[in-house]
Design a protein around this ligand. Structure first.
Ligand code: A2P
Length: 339
């Protein structure tokens, strides 16, 4: 028993993680449709002791699907999301296609579960729910508990983003390039058009008219929507680093009300989905490797911002698994709230 599910983009990095998370969390379901492109259709694989055949995503894929988890890119979501909704399916979409659409809830379950309170299963009515950008989720998991206490008025984010955000092919290319460089060969640059191994570069998202890239503007706009706060000032610089699957972010926070270091540390230690790694004596703080394949977002380097008077500013360093909490886990927590 349980809902009938569909996974759209099941062969991708996030698609595969959807399955691991469903399994890890014993998510109840009566069936799962495994959907991908024509290229993958017909391939078989086993999941939870059952053999599944990948089906090609078509307009008829959503008959009798209660919940569809989408992660096949924005254009696939734009085309097939509304088709699924018309069939009565609740779509949890990992792409950016609907995030900023009014009336589409943009949800981090630990942060703003109330945004999706109007959506119910079993009413025959479909709906869209958007999963925020991975950098936004990881940042707000740490910033929100502090925001609730002292109200963030301004946030400056610098990201160190993993390959996984660009999909399974980007992860493979990072590994391949690393081997090639060590062997003295020219690196294969199909995904990013430049050397990634032993390098870092500005995020590959397109640059928009104000000079920011789209990834940076997602942090700005999505934070305002998720916090339901049009006035919060956010700026970001997003960088790709040669790390496989977890993002790191330096976050500077400015508050309306005072918040000292110790109180902030206590708040974060008690925040759901957050773990504090902040051992100054042994210089041990969060790393991407330490949070890889983990559910929790790790926070450390919690310290008073010396550039601001009093206790009105804090610096923190956050790491989170981009494929898990940044994508698949967050989407499945959303689906759990529908049950
Ligand atoms: P496929 O493997 O059949 O191409 P990633 O984010 O890791 O790059 O994965 C992208 C996912 O989106 C893959 O599962 C991929 O399936 C899927 N996908 C890409 N194009 C389509 C399409 N036209 N129809 C359905 N799924 C698609």
């Amino acid at each position: 028993s349980g809902p009938s599910l569909a996974v759209v983009g099941v062969t991708g990095a996030v698609g595969q993680e959807f399955l691991s998370v469903l399994s890890d969390r014993d998510f109840p379901y009566r069936s799962i449709k495994m959907l991908a492109s024509k290229r993958s259709a017909g391939k078989e694989f086993s999941f939870q002791d059952k053999t599944y055949t990948i089906e090609e995503l078509t307009e008829n894929s959503f008959d009798d699907v209660d919940i569809a988890l989408f992660s096949a890119g924005g254009s696939i979501s734009k085309k097939y999301g509304p088709i699924a909704v018309d069939k009565g399916t609740v779509v949890v979409d990992n792409s950016s296609a609907f995030r900023m659409v009014e009336n589409v809830p943009l949800v981090i379950p630990e942060v703003n579960p109330e945004a999706m309170s109007g959506i119910k299963l079993g009413t025959g009515k479909g709906a869209l729910i958007a999963n925020p950008n991975c950098s936004t989720i990881i940042c707000l998991m740490a910033a929100t508990p502090l925001h609730r206490r002292a109200k963030v008025t301004r946030m400056v984010v610098s990201t160190y983003q993993a390959a996984s955000g660009a999909g399974a092919a980007a992860m493979e290319e990072l590994e391949l390039q690393t081997r090639e460089v060590l062997e003295g060969k020219p690196p294969t640059c199909n995904i990013f058009n430049q050397q990634y191994a032993f390098n870092l570069f500005s995020h590959n998202a397109p640059i928009v008219s104000n000079g920011y890239n789209e990834e940076e503007m997602k942090l700005v706009k999505e934070t305002r929507k998720i916090w339901n706060d049009k006035d919060v000032r956010v700026t970001a610089t997003c960088i790709r680093v040669p790390v496989m699957r977890a993002h790191a972010e330096s976050v500077n926070l400015q508050f309306e009300n005072p918040l000292d270091e110790e109180t902030a540390k206590n708040i974060l230690s008690n925040a759901p989905g957050v773990v504090v790694i902040d051992d100054r004596a042994s210089n041990h703080f969060p790393t991407p490797l330490e949070v890889s394949n983990k559910d929790d977002v790790a926070v450390g380097r919690i310290r008073r911002d010396v550039s601001q008077d009093g206790n009105y500013g804090l610096d923190i360093f956050v790491c989170g698994d981009q494929i898990r909490k940044g994508a698949a886990l967050n989407a499945i927590q959303i689906a759990e709230m529908l049950l």
